[in-house]
Design a protein around this ligand. Structure first.
Ligand code: ADP
Ligand code: MG
Length: 141
């Protein structure tokens, strides 16, 4: 079952992420999909805030995964955009994160779709030029 949320500013997307971060429980995997600039990292920043993480969160550019330990639960923030081969996920030890005690947030998750467990939550972020520059449609299922 999909639910759709529409946001009209980065702040609203941040707040939406924050709400999900507040509600997250251990072992959850959130898959973020959407084009460059869709707002995946803005969502991740809100999500981290909802977990009680105050350090700055950005896309992990030089590593596949960035771990944030200071919140209510550990956050494993992935950006798999640059993955060339799925074996890089093994090298990063992804199973320890996917099946660990923290929460995973995976930007560009469709790149590694075959590794994503059935019970993951998919969050798709889309623009709509008709609705303005700052409009985003966020579909969760
Ligand atoms: P991604 O990680 O998907 O590549 P970012 O989160 O890094 O995207 O960037 C999203 C950009 O879009 C930011 O510059 C942000 O300020 C802008 N933006 C405008 N409107 C929104 C919105 N409604 N939700 C999220 N970001 C928005
Ligand atoms: Mg990003």
């Amino acid at each position: 079952m999909a639910t759709v949320t529409e946001t009209y500013s980065p702040e609203e997307t941040f707040e939406f992420g924050k709400k999900l971060g507040e509600e997250a429980v251990p072992g959850m995997i959130f898959c973020l999909d959407g084009d460059l600039g869709a707002g995946k990292t803005v969502f991740a920043q809100g999500f981290a805030c909802g977990l009680g993480i105050s350090e700055p969160v950005n896309s992990p550019t030089f590593t596949i995964v960035q771990v944030y330990d200071e919140g209510r639960l550990p956050l494993y923030h992935f950006d798999v955009y640059r993955i060339g081969d799925i074996s890089e996920m093994d090298e990063a030890g992804y199973e320890d994160y996917f099946f660990g005690e923290g929460v995973c947030l995976i930007e560009w998750a469709s790149v590694i779709e075959e590794l994503i467990p059935e019970n993951a939550v998919w969050i798709r972020m889309e623009r709509d030029a008709q609705k303005g520059f700052d409009y985003r449609k966020i579909t969760v299922d």
